[in-house]
Design a protein around this ligand. Sequence first.
Ligand code: HEC
Length: 88
Amino acid sequence: MASDSSSIAEGMQLYKDYQCGECHGADAKSSKTANVPKLAGMNAHDLSAKTMKFLASRTHESVMKECGETPNNVQVKKISEFIAGLPR
Ligand code: HEC
């Protein structure tokens, strides 16, 4: 998985565009709601696998519907690389 700085910058933009930070916090570790897990510094592979699973599952569609449109595979990977690079 390529994790050059340009894809990380894209991931940061996508994280904003899909409003992940609305629930998970701008830095992916300061969520305002207790049941929203901290994501910063997690392994990029785990992050994208879990995000894809959530997006695919009907139950999680409702949680993430505030993203508006849901990100595609490539976008999820970029978002995950960005989050993985954040300090815990
Ligand atoms: C509307 C609020 C909301 C938004 C927006 C949201 N999430 Fe979440 N996310 C949650 C909640 C709540 C959970 C915990 C759900 C659960 O455990 O069933 C979660 C769980 C996760 C997890 C699993 C963490 C773990 O340790 O298991 C990942 C990864 C994740 N979200 C990534 C994202 C990404 C990437 C985006 C943007 C595309 C996003 N989320 C947008 C609320 C949100």
